[in-house]
Design a protein around this ligand. Sequence first.
Ligand code: PEP
Ligand code: MN
Length: 348
Amino acid sequence: MNLPHEEYRPILIAGPCAAESEEQVFETAKQLKERGINIFRAGIWKPRTKPGTFDGYGEQAMPWLLQVKNVLRMAVATEVATPEHVKCALQGGVDILWIGARTTANPFAVQQIADALRGTDVQVLVKNPINPDLELWIGAIERLANAGVHRLGAVHRGFSTYGQSIYRNSPMWKIPIELRRRIPELPIICDPSHMGGKRELVAPISQQAMDMGFDGLMIESHYKPDEAMSDSNQQVTPDVLAYILSLLVIRENTASTEDISLLRRKIDEIDIRLIELLARRMEVSREVGQFKKEHNVSVLQTGRYNEILEKRGEQAASCGLGSEFVQSIFKLIHEESVLQQTRFINNK
Ligand code: PEP
Ligand code: MN
């Protein structure tokens, strides 16, 4: 993986969110291998949001991974979050370790992992931290590099946001793009499974990642996704994975196509945010509707309407936008807002 990007593009890593049983691990890996995948992933220590949920079989699952390595001759990857995990994984002969998003966000934990890796030659992938903080991501990579870990890669799995989104973790593509600019030789792998959080999004996100020149994909795959003990909604069968991969268009890595798709992705991302913001604005409008109803105030307040148009026009001009253009957008927004309030007041 520390070879030039083009030769290995795309690096494919696939396997279940978690190792759940000897059979599930082996059968999934076998089906993946038959479909051309050579790097198998499975979490054995799972960082779960809530206590009392399945958090992996730990050391007990290590032999299951090793069977995949030794019998199927696949490279195996697992997540480590503590020096004990590192020790156990290295003793077992795990080929690739990854640091999960929650751990990357914790410099103490990353430093302990880096110290435990001193003097080894294992491949380490650093997932982005859960919060959109590029410096924290780079900081974790630097901690490992400073400890002598030289086979490094990054995994872009998206960032937590509050409120509704089509994504489980928002891609915020500009962050990995900036990572590439800052450390051009670092391979970046996209994890569309944790980003999308649902099966339908795996293919389009994978294509976006390829269009942006990412080096590989890490995709969750399970032989029986509906029965998965974690992340069931986003896992696909090896068959579906093979189909998704067969549809991928790997475009030439020329500056012009990459640049334009990069710009288009930025526009897509901004548009998604615009829509999310509009949805949030309408939500607040309905709350205003509730208030007006309770206080017996009429929906259309002309004073407020004029104030909005005037203010937004001025704000637009100060950002270099035409005030008439922005005012016409706000006329539409206000119209929709009044409509929603009227509907709300009359329905309840
Ligand atoms: C995982 O890869 O299963 C995982 C827990 O990912 P993340 O750290 O990206 O949430
Ligand atoms: Mn998972």
